[in-house]
Design a protein around this ligand. Structure first.
Ligand code: SF4
Length: 483
């Protein structure tokens, strides 16, 4: 059955709430709305829905509850739901990524930060700069902030990590703010003493694990020793210590390369063997060292989608065997689809995180609109430098928020104003990566057909919605988001 466009034209919006749709398969339509609700309708029901023949709809009350059909409560309910879905818009940057040093004891093939060698001490952040950075962070308007120590390897400049944690904790207490810390580390410089101090001071720890020994060591090169052996030892040790203290499990991220795509089973098995309860399937971005070696490391979006689908099927199989193990990027989308509040996951939101969600402070204190913006600086493109924190925290924040970069970033990443993105059925769950688009197409306003990252997001959502039609898989998915 085909859609009768004349009927759609004649349809008044008095009873049908605003919705977007797509033909999901030969017999099914998927509809979504701005509250993030979705519903599958067969062709006949879809025709009746758009023609207002509600009496024949078996799912009438469900469609009303989800805001697809208006009732007396429609307006108030939608205002509340849409506000909760976009709760992050009014709070300013919450994630503050601090480059404690650009140095690293690895030189991974894909390192997006293009790290400096261990001898280059001029790339370390000083205490004086760290103080200015913390003062700026604490002046931003969110009452809840996360300071994340990002690549290079922060443990190379450990005393400044300690300084930032102690100074920010103290200042936050005075200002009545809540600050949390996260250390992204390759774990090879971890010691028992550092681990105790970090956990005593509530610093969360996150690492990269590119799978089994073969896959991990193939990508994570430049280390004087066996990187996999070190990371797997410390991963288990950190998990053990966190468990004792009743803290969250350690997180590990996988960066897939062309070489690792076919090894998804070995990689997932290794994650399980090391006691992790999930995996984050992350695609390669064209920054830093990766940009120089895309021919050997990268894959096209179709290859990544095939890898994602196969890996997800394997993860679902593991759950069917009775073991809880989740795929994290799918879990983010599931939270977007099912939870009242958007998880505000930085990489996928509208407007994007650039300048207003997560900003980056370079080792010299320069403030960039995002971590990726700082990576572009390393590649000779300084287009997203917001300011140099030579001034007070208040002044810096004013400059950041009033900058042209902030205005352009918000305008070019708010999907409601972007043709093609704004009327897509998955619009409530998407987020455009303008820095990736700038790097790959030369424009922040990339047409949807040329947006490779958006293609990946849409393919993931197609896969998730397809799988949600199977009650057994739906139950597994719900367990991943604690429902
Ligand atoms: S990816 Fe991480 S561990 Fe590897 S070189 Fe870059 S900062 Fe170092």
């Amino acid at each position: 059955m085909t859609v009768d466009l004349q009927k759609i034209k004649e349809t008044s919006t008095d009873r049908v709430g605003f919705f977007r749709f797509k033909k999901f398969d030969a017999e099914t339509y998927l509809i979504t709305n701005d509250a993030g609700k979705f519903h599958f309708l067969n062709s006949e029901d879809f025709q009746n829905f758009i023609a207002w023949n509600f009496d024949t709809l078996a799912d009438l009350s469900d469609l009303e509850k989800k805001g697809f059909i208006k009732n007396d409560l429609y307006q108030d309910a939608m205002i509340g739901s849409v506000a909760m879905k976009n709760h992050f818009v009014g709070v300013g940057p919450t994630l503050h990524m601090v480059v404690i040093t650009l140095r690293c004891n690895h030189k991974c093939k894909y390192c997006h930060a293009a790290v400096a060698p261990m001898s280059a001490k001029e790339f370390d952040m000083s205490e004086e700069t760290a103080k200015k950075v913390v003062d700026t962070i604490l002046y931003t308007n969110s009452p809840v902030l996360t300071i994340e120590f990002q690549w290079g390897e922060a443990l190379v400049n450990y005393p400044v990590v300690q300084y930032v944690v102690e100074y920010a904790t103290d200042r936050a207490q005075h200002l009545g703010k809540q600050v949390t810390f996260s250390l992204v580390t390759n774990l090879t410089l971890m010691t028992e003493e550092k681990l105790t101090w970090l956990l005593d001071n509530w610093v969360d720890i996150c690492t990269s694990l590119d799978g089994d020994e073969v896959s991990h060591n193939a990508s994570r090169t430049g280390y004087d020793g066996n990187s996999f052996e070190k990371v797997s030892y410390w991963l288990q040790r950190v998990s053990e210590e966190k468990q004792k203290r009743g803290m969250w499990k350690i997180w590990a991220l996988l960066t897939a390369t062309k070489q690792t795509l076919p090894r998804y089973k070995e990689i997932i098995d290794e994650y399980q063997k090391l006691g992790l309860d999930g995996i984050f399937l992350r695609w390669l971005n064209p920054y830093g060292f990766a940009a120089a070696d895309m021919d050997t490391l990268a894959y096209n979006s179709d290859e990544w989608i095939e890898f994602y689908t196969q890996a997800l099927d394997y993860v679902i199989e593991i759950n069917k065997w009775g073991t809880f193990f989740r795929e994290q990027i799918s879990s983010v989308y599931l939270q977007k689809i099912f939870n009242t509040y958007d998880p505000a996951f930085m990489d996928i939101r509208s407007p994007s995180w650039i300048a207003v969600g997560g900003v980056a402070y370079n080792y010299d204190g320069k403030i960039y609109a995002s971590d990726e913006s700082r990576m572009l600086w390393r590649m000779g493109m300084d287009d997203f430098l917001m300011t140099d924190p030579q001034q007070s925290g208040q002044k810096n924040y004013e400059v950041m928020m009033k900058s042209d970069i902030t205005k352009i970033a918000v305008q070019s990443s708010t999907l409601d104003g972007l043709p093609g993105y704004n009327d897509h059925v998955y619009k409530p769950y998407l987020g455009v990566d303008i820095i990736h688009n700038f790097k790959t197409t030369g424009s922040l306003y990339t047409p949807l057909v040329k947006d490779e990252k958006m293609k990946l997001q849409m393919a993931i959502l197609d896969t998730i919605f397809e799988k949600l039609r199977d009650p057994e898989v739906e139950k597994i998915f719900m367990s991943w988001i604690g429902r």
